[in-house]
Ligand binder design. Structure first.
Ligand code: PLP
Length: 466
């Protein structure tokens, strides 16, 4: 490198010779080569090596190769292998390979589908995917979609649309007049609502103390008969896929009642709404199409790379008004301008991976991939229930399995031991006051052998505990 070359000269050279891109590709391939065989959770040593990132920001630019080398040497081993087949923690999802590849290409495009004029390709793919999702989930033709970072944000957007509409029903304009002195909105949800639903309720100023909580049955489903009379100032939040048990609320019964009353129904379907796209599983979501807004992730069941969530809303005016924005420099078009459907102005074109994966799989590929996850979850529960000391606490209707040992203490210690063995990774939760191990089968890559190997790890862990 020339001694007096500027930082821009170096960057031009990086683009010109492409060495750093070749290097990154080599590192990425090394990473992919071990993804199915490596320890699922990073070793103590790799975690301890993260100390090498504790540095002051140095004064002068350095060689780009050195930056990437540090990232690969100490970063790659400290990753959690959720791309592989034996990560069952939280509800995560792997990545369909074509999605990773499409994301790579889109990285070089660096598009923001804020407005059509900023990214014609981003705008086009959002239009196409919106249509495909409506068909897959069997939603009303008037439904629109916003492409956001995940279900947390999607739920926030859906509830913001509800707030706009339910206040407009009372002749109140939330955008102009705000929440102070606004008429009241009733907020009803089940006692097993996901924490991100509660976050959205807080962010939107509804207040968690104002929630009318509905009791749930032993599967975590809202008991429909306990829902009070609703009206057109009522927001009701249901779920497709309880984060512990995987259960579904009775949408048919509840939505029919809500529709009659003019209430707004939002469905948190982060991972579970995908059942409605699968012929053999769509009975689980019967009636879900009668809701007003839906939140769903790409990055869980569909296995898109992070960060991919979608808000769907049958009331376009409410959604776009809630997320409205204006400015003298904004250029709208006859085509789709994505910013009207999301809270952000600029964002990356995350729809590229979503489009690529849907296009690659097709309807039957989606069926096959998601049904297999369900079958592997059933296998997990069957193999585990055959081992003394483990009990399965839920009906495995979708992809979640709740496991408990004889006492809370044994459950906790067994889970810690499983995590330590690093053959697979599972997390814990609470179910009716009882400690559980929660298994979420959410990866296209999970094989029957992966399940048996993981079940064996459960067995070894329990043996070492008692
Ligand atoms: C994961 C999850 C969320 C939150 O989704 P993010 O994509 O992490 O924001 C909300 N609800 C349920 C049921 C979930 O499983």
């Amino acid at each position: 490198m020339k001694k007096n070359s500027t930082i821009q000269d170096k960057m031009y050279a990086d683009i010109e010779n492409k060495n750093i891109f070749d290097t990154t590709q080599k590192y990425a391939y090394e990473y992919l080569n071990t993804i199915f065989t490596r320890n699922v959770y990073p070793t103590e040593e790799s975690i301890s090596n993260l100390k090498y990132f504790n540095e002051e920001l140095q004064k002068e630019p350095i060689n780009a190769e050195a930056v990437l080398e540090q990232l690969h040497t100490y970063g790659s081993p400290a990753t959690v292998a959720n791309l592989g087949g034996r990560y069952f923690g939280f509800v995560c999802g792997s990545s369909v390979p074509v999605g990773l590849a499409a994301k790579n290409l889109a990285t070089f495009w660096d598009q923001s589908p804020t407005m059509n004029v900023l990214s014609p390709i981003g705008s086009k793919l959002e239009t196409v995917v919106e249509e495909w999702l409506k068909q897959l989930f069997n939603l009303p033709a008037r439904t629109v979609a916003g492409f956001v970072s995940g279900t947390s944000t999607a739920t926030f957007c859906g509830l913001a649309a509800a707030r706009y509409r339910l206040l407009a029903n009372q002749n109140w304009n939330i955008n102009e007049d705000g929440l102070f002195n606004a008429p009241k909105i009733r907020v009803i949800t089940g006692k097993q609502a996901h924490s991100t639903v509660l976050k959205a309720i807080s962010l939107l100023g509804f207040g968690k103390n104002n929630i009318e909580w509905i009791d749930v049955d032993e599967h975590g489903r809202i008991i429909p008969d306990l829902i009070p009379e609703m009206d057109n100032t009522t927001l009701l939040i249901l779920q497709a896929g309880n984060v512990n048990s995987g259960s579904y609320d009775d949408f048919e019964k509840i939505c029919t009642k809500a529709n009659k009353a003019g209430a707004w129904v939002h469905i948190d379907g982060a991972f579970g709404l995908w059942a409605s796209a699968v012929d053999q599983l769509k009975h689980l979501t019967k009636g879900a199409e009668k809701a007003n807004s839906w939140a769903v992730d790409g990055h869980k069941t569909l296995n898109t790379p992070y960060d991919s969530g979608i808000v769907l809303c049958e009331d376009k005016e409410a959604l776009t008004s809630a997320l409205h924005m204006s400015g003298s420099y904004i250029i709208t078009s006859k085509e789709r301008d994505g910013t009207f459907y999301t809270p952000e102005m600029s964002r990356r074109a995350r729809v590229v991976e979503l489009w690529a994966i849907l296009k690659y799989l097709g309807k039957n590929g989606i069926d096959q991939m998601i049904l297999t996850m369900h079958q592997r979850a059933v296998q997990f529960s069957q193999e585990l229930s055959a081992i003394e000391g483990f009990a399965i606490l839920n009906q495995v209707t979708f992809n979640q399995v709740m496991v408990a040992c004889d006492t809370d203490e044994i459950t906790e210690k067994t889970m810690a031991k499983i995590q330590e063995l690093r053959e697979c990774w599972v997390g814990g939760s609470l179910w009716n006051g009882k400690k559980i191990i929660r298994v979420s089968v959410c990866s296209w890559a999970t094989t029957t052998e992966d399940i048996s190997r993981s079940v064996n790890s459960f067995k070894q862990a329990l043996k070492q505990i008692i």
